[in-house]
Write a protein that binds this ligand. Structure first.
Ligand code: SF4
Length: 353
């Protein structure tokens, strides 16, 4: 199963089933305006056969985290600290050659926009076959057969003919399916899906999500599913990590976090999104203010400039003291457990009906 870290920032050994262990990850970019702290002390584990959802607004660090796992950050303009342990091997110190071996083989990514991930100059079949040849040493003929098999698996009609089509001859939904086929062709142990259905209409989105779930069962991959859509997460993920300002602010099983969220930022996310089957007379409540600057992040709790509950915490702790993320099911917030429960029941839950 997928479990999340016990303590943020700790350098614990990986668990017996842990496929990926991220420990105290810090990713910084040098810019003309200064140092951007894109990821600021993040830890989590992912295990085989389960899905970890990561949610947060743009700039929360979720995509940077996953590009860093794949070694796709620019080493000239960024620094990476901490550990990314893949079956015990630290990817932070791995060479580009070692990363190339892992990418597409052990770890693969499905991007939001297949048009940018698929080359317009090569047939869909060739783009699925090439990583298979590269990582398995298969012949051209074997790889073509494998590409047809993968196109069949992801539900492309007439795969024996469509294998020779170019991406522009596919519809948007079919291109997304082709990209999933490309990502899964080498049976990766970890699949990172970054907003994989955002650009698709609702019906195709549901089909793609069902397909990912079926393929996960068949291949037994672990999935990291990145999105800003909590509705999609509730359908897809087993566990959930809520990110804000490059840090994890809440974690737990999807059921726990969505049923009884404990962090004011998670309350804000839930209150600002429409709910399926919810009351249409209940207005949506946007989170006040805008996401924090990563060049100059707020002191103390990074959410404090936007939080409407700072008055419930004695003194100025919210603006001066960074709240830690405790063990297990946890939220990084100075409110006491009783306060979180009372505020949620009295003020937040009524908004979610
Ligand atoms: Fe709000 Fe303070 Fe909790 Fe941060 S620590 S979420 S500012 S109440």
């Amino acid at each position: 199963m997928t479990t999340l870290t016990k303590t943020e920032g700790e350098k614990a050994p990986t668990g017996p089933d842990s496929f990926l262990s991220v420990r105290d990850l810090r990713v910084r970019f040098s810019t003309e305006d200064g140092i951007v702290k894109a990821v600021d002390g993040l830890s989590f584990d992912v295990e085989r056969g389960r899905t970890l959802g990561i949610v947060g607004e743009s700039g929360s660090g979720k995509s940077v985290t996953n590009l860093t796992i794949l070694g796709l950050h620019n080493p000239k303009s960024s620094t990476v600290e901490g550990e990314i342990l893949l079956e015990g091997k630290d990817l932070v110190t791995a060479s580009e050659k070692e990363m190339e071996k892992l990418r597409g083989n052990k770890v693969a990514m499905i991007f939001q926009d297949p048009l940018t991930a698929l080359s317009p100059y090569y047939t869909v079949g060739r783009q699925i076959a090439e990583p298979f040849m590269k990582h398995t040493g298969a012949s051209k003929k074997e790889a073509r057969e494998r590409a047809i098999e993968m196109l069949t698996k992801v539900g492309i009609p007439q795969p024996k003919t469509r294998v020779d089509d170019y991406p522009h001859q596919f519809s948007g939904g079919m291109r997304q399916r082709a990209m999933i086929a490309m990502a899964l062709v080498c049976d990766p142990d970890l699949l990172i899906a970054d907003e994989p259905t955002t650009a698709l209409d609702v019906t195709v989105q549901a089909q793609i999500l069902d397909l990912l779930k079926d393929l996960q069962q068949e291949f037994g991959s672990a999935i990291i599913f990145i999105t800003h859509d909590l509705g999609v997460i509730s359908d897809m993920a087993d566990d959930l990590l809520v990110m804000y300002s490059g840090r994890a602010v809440e974690r737990g099983s999807v059921r726990e976090v969505l049923r009884e969220p404990r962090h004011p930022y998670t309350w804000g996310l839930l209150s600002s999104m429409p709910r399926l089957g919810g009351s249409t007379s209940q207005p949506l409540t946007p989170i006040p203010g805008s996401p924090p600057s990563l060049l100059n992040p707020p002191s103390g709790c990074p959410f404090h400039p936007r939080c409407t509950f700072t008055g419930e915490v004695p003194g100025d702790r919210c603006s001066t003291e960074r709240p830690p993320l405790g063990a297990g099911r946890a939220a990084a917030c100075h409110l006491t457990a009783e306060q979180k429960q009372t505020i949620f029941i009295d003020k937040i839950q009524p908004r979610l009906r």
